[in-house]
Design a protein around this ligand. Structure first.
Ligand code: XMP
Length: 326
């Protein structure tokens, strides 16, 4: 019979058999899959696992701390955090084309991750240990989508910043290959991961970088992080987290409109709310959120976030609109 306990027991045994006494690396993205995969491998081989988290500065408020503190506290995992915020900001400077932004973020991510990986391999080597395994949070639907092949490190690279190049000398450890998303969440909960990680809604690998329509800058990221935090806080407070699939909050950085606040006219940016309902993100509908919740989010964002004087609601289904704006 299928129980989370059985799955964990089976996978722990399989991971131990596969990895033996060698060492493994796992990239953490802040998402559910990599977190649960890492927690399972940690349970199986303990300190033979090192996790890497690349802080690209494009995460939402509190998310990096969630990985650095809560995840580490819950699992006891060895974590290497690479602060690459400056590097991503300079690589993105002056770029507003969406595809170019995605490519730059993906490319920089791989470079930073590979560098961290090389450092871990070198450190282990100095102690006479061999790092031979790479942990990936590949799920059953990913396996099916990619034709059922085994061992390619590249399955999600198109969609996931966590996707890695193919020419790796590592063998893959993929403890979630037989699981669906809801099962992964159950396994994560059973392993003691906090709800904020296990129940996290989808969030794109390129992060807030593709939710700023226009150039990405530190100031714009900070502004969007504040607006997004308010929207998430109010949606949670209204008990709507499970009802919506996700709610991108988008900054129209190249648009300004006239407003009035206090005794003066303002010339600020609009923030777009994009709450959607979906089964699988392939198609989606805009969520009919209660007006009072929308009103509260709007009031708070325009009051609390500098330089934002308008909040608008995206009421487009997918298709024709994608969930993200870029
Ligand atoms: P779209 O915008 O294509 O998004 O309707 C569909 C789903 O995919 C997420 N998304 C991404 N996830 N890396 C990811 O891991 C990405 O580059 C990426 N782009 C979009 C999006 O949030 C939605 O859930």
């Amino acid at each position: 019979t299928w129980t989370t306990g059985n799955v964990i027991e089976e996978q722990v045994a399989a991971i131990r058999a596969q990895v033996g006494t060698k060492r493994a690396i796992c990239g953490l993205s802040g998402g559910v899959d990599s977190a649960v995969a890492a927690a399972l491998v940690q349970k199986a081989i303990g300190d033979q696992l090192t996790c890497v988290y690349v802080d690209h500065g494009l995460m939402r408020k509190g998310e990096t701390e969630q990985v650095e503190k809560d995840f580490v506290a819950a699992t006891g995992v060895q974590l290497k955090v690479v602060d690459a915020q400056e590097r991503f900001l300079s690589a993105l400077a002056g770029v507003s084309d969406p595809e170019t932004k995605r490519k730059i973020i993906g490319r920089e991510f791989i470079r930073v991750f590979e560098q961290a990986q090389a450092e871990i391999v070198a450190e282990a080597g100095a102690e006479g240990e061999d790092v031979a395994f790479l942990v990936q949070g590949t799920l059953y639907p990913d396996v099916v989508e990619s034709g059922g092949g085994t061992g390619t490190a590249n399955i999600k690279s198109h969609h996931n910043v966590g996707g890695l190049p193919e020419d790796l000398e590592f063998e893959l450890v993929e403890p979630l290959r037989q699981l669906f998303k809801d099962e992964v969440r159950m396994v994560g909960a059973e392993l003691g991961l906090p709800d904020e990680i296990v129940q996290r809604q989808p969030f794109p690998g390129p992060g807030l970088g593709i939710r700023i329509v226009g150039e990405v800058s530190k100031e714009r990221l900070d502004l969007l992080r504040e607006a997004d935090a308010i929207a998430r806080e109010e949606l949670s407070a209204a008990g709507l987290d499970r009802e919506i699939w996700q709610c991108p909050v988008v900054l129209l950085a190249d648009v300004r409109s006239v407003g009035v606040q206090g005794d003066g006219r303002t010339y600020g940016h609009p923030i777009v709310l994009r709450p959607v309902s979906s089964e699988d993100a392939m198609t989606a509908d805009w969520s009919r959120l209660p007006y009072d919740v929308l009103g509260k989010i709007s009031t708070r964002i325009t009051n609390e976030v500098d330089d934002v004087n308008r909040v608008v609601l995206d009421i487009t289904s997918k298709p024709p609109g994608t969930i993200e704006w870029e």
